[in-house]
Design a protein around this ligand. Structure first.
Ligand SMILES: Nc1ncnc2c1ncn2[C@@H]1O[C@H](COP(=O)(O)OP(=O)(O)O)[C@@H](O)[C@H]1O
Ligand SMILES: [Mg+2]
Length: 145
């Protein structure tokens, strides 16, 4: 999919967010400022989260309450230190969104939805949805309609 503005990325993520259910895991790949946190804001909107979603420099995990709980992980600071946040037990109760999943690979579940964002112009982004598992294949199919 192609987004032409921050607003469009949020709208796209909101549409995806409405299709998610408890326990779903989304991983967001892309360079700095590609739009991973922006995309997470759209998911938060779908979940009716009122608090502002951001990525403070030294915070790795933030938990937001909405219609469903959102576990927002930004693994950037973990780099290659294998650090278990210990939230596996709680994840089935909410939606988990992971920025920089490259640094959290060991703790990823078997199935998840991968989203890859590439900046192609000042405000243009190529957004690729890559399902890993049948449940996520269905979500992606619905998104294509
Ligand atoms: N189409 C777009 N989608 C998302 N962000 C965009 C877009 N066009 C411009 N931007 C800007 O790019 C930046 C993305 O920042 P952010 O979402 O924090 O990225 P990341 O979390 O990947 O580092 C924001 O300043 C946003 O306004
Ligand atoms: Mg970010």
């Amino acid at each position: 999919m192609i987004s032409h503005s921050e607003k469009e990325t949020i709208q796209l993520a909101e549409r995806l967010g409405k299709k998610l259910r408890k326990g779903d895991v989304i991983i967001l790949k892309g360079d700095l400022a590609s739009g991973k946190t922006t995309f997470t804001k759209g998911i938060g909107k779908a979940l009716n989260i009122k608090e502002v979603i951001n990525s403070p420099t030294f915070t790795i995990l933030k938990i937001y309450e909405g219609d469903l709980t959102l576990f927002h992980i930004d693994a950037y600071r973990l780099e290659n230190n294998l650090y278990d946040l210990g939230i596996e037990e709680y994840q089935p109760e909410g939606i988990t969104v992971i920025e920089w999943p490259e640094y959290y690979e060991k703790f990823l579940p078997e199935e998840y939805l991968e989203i890859s964002i590439v900046q192609t112009d000042e405000e243009e982004r190529d957004i690729l949805l890559i399902p890993h598992g049948k449940h996520y294949e269905e979500i992606v199919k619905e998104m294509e309609c």
